[in-house]
Design a protein around this ligand. Structure first.
Ligand SMILES: NC(=O)c1ccc[n+]([C@@H]2O[C@H](COP(=O)([O-])OP(=O)(O)OC[C@H]3O[C@@H](n4cnc5c(N)ncnc54)[C@H](OP(=O)(O)O)[C@@H]3O)[C@@H](O)[C@H]2O)c1
Length: 336
């Protein structure tokens, strides 16, 4: 039986590296579906994968996770194409207009928090959020809500009593409870929408397990570590890519002290790939699976307990359901 795997944000960085790793392991028993917002970039990624794996089954799907109508029509297309989805990798993500807080960085450098600061970016990254055409906060919509809606729309192909399916979120160590407020799930009033959206994905994963395990759907979260991708480069937009490359020896040095500096998309995809090989029923819904790379360059996956609780995860879930019904109602009115 072919395993059907859908990956959002599959055309670059960690998502593309995951697809490459999956195909390196098995091309015959896999049907890959690359869900991308930009079909040109999606087509380029598909061609690159097919060049190295000519016999692979790689399909493309147009989906913008920040757009309600795009997610709904993409889900409709998936339901038409596949009877069962075995893996749903929710990897698309943005961190728009990031600002590096130099003052906080130097303060952290001489504090006892220095390793955590390097490992998770805590306190040194802020962003300016936008608003989508649907009137939602852009980071929330892209990283969390679009994916939530996708799961809900894909219930018929994800939930089968006799077969498990696995939803896997690319979260982050930058998911901090302090950045999230259940009374402001879209993070309208804060300056860390990215951290808030990633913390919300940790909570949502727990709520999904509570509600869907009996229907065969399991959810897990991972952190890819610190990876050099277009998302990372955007942290310092005026810093050319070649200067990042020049910094690599420094990053390798830092890796001797913190194994979270995975640096390459291949290494960052380690936990995503590891989860592909696990029985989802055996996993702990309270842990995040971290991609780690040792000082000698060896990759491994390590579970670490998340700072989440059932009560907040349930409250978030209720609010997401409420928002779902509101946006769907609006969409129906618009289509009338
Ligand atoms: N890099 C890190 O150090 C790091 C650390 C922790 C977590 N993460 C997470 O890892 C995931 C992958 O990021 P990356 O580092 O690999 O960066 P990346 O190369 O920029 O990949 C992000 C992917 O998400 C897609 N995407 C963005 N907005 C989208 C939208 N509205 N609809 C559909 N797709 C959209 C992008 O498509 P386009 O090419 O069209 O923009 C791209 O394919 C993200 O969720 C990120 O938050 C990364």
């Amino acid at each position: 039986m072919n395993k059907v795997v859908l990956v959002t944000g599959a055309n670059s960085g960690i998502g593309l590296a995951l697809c490459e790793r999956l195909l390196c392991q098995d091309t015959e028993g896999l049907q890959l579906c690359l869900a991308c917002r930009n079909m040109h970039r999606g087509q380029a990624a598909r061609s690159a994968l097919l060049t190295s794996h000519p016999e692979a089954q790689v399909a493309l799907l147009q989906m913008d996770t920040s757009s309600i109508s795009s997610v709904i029509s993409a889900a409709r297309e998936v339901r038409l194409r596949y009877n069962q989805l075995d893996y749903l990798y929710l990897n698309a993500g943005i961190m728009p207009n990031p600002r590096f807080d130099v003052k906080a960085f130097f303060k952290g450098l001489f504090s006892s928090n220095v390793i955590t600061m390097f490992a998770t970016g805590e306190g040194i990254l802020t962003q300016t959020d936008g608003v989508t055409a649907d009137g939602l906060q852009e980071v929330f919509a892209t990283n969390l809500f679009g994916h939530f809606l996708l799961i809900r729309e894909l219930e018929p192909v994800l939930c089968h009593a006799d077969q498990t399916s696995h939803v896997i979120w690319t979260s982050s160590s930058n998911a901090h409870r302090s950045a999230f407020n259940v009374e402001d799930i879209q993070h309208l009033r804060g300056i860390q929408p990215y951290s808030s959206s990633k913390y919300a994905s940790d909570l949502l994963s727990l709520a999904l397990n509570t509600r869907y395990n009996q229907q065969g759907l399991y959810s897990s979260v991972i952190c890819p570590g610190f990876v050099m991708t277009s998302l990372t480069y955007s942290i310092l937009p005026s810093f050319p890519a070649f200067l990042w490359t020049l910094l690599m020896p420094l990053f390798w040095l830092i890796r001797l002290f913190t194994n979270t500096f995975t640096l390459t998309p291949y290494n960052g995809a380690e936990a995503l790939f590891w989860l592909f090989e696990q029985n989802p029923e055996s996993l702990n819904p309270h842990v995040k699976y971290h991609s780690l790379t040792s000082g000698l360059g060896n990759n491994y996956t390590q579970p670490r307990k998340m700072d989440i609780d059932l009560e907040t995860s349930e409250s978030l879930y209720e609010k997401l359901l409420q928002l779902e019904s509101e946006v769907k109602k609006k969409l129906e009115e618009k289509l009338k």
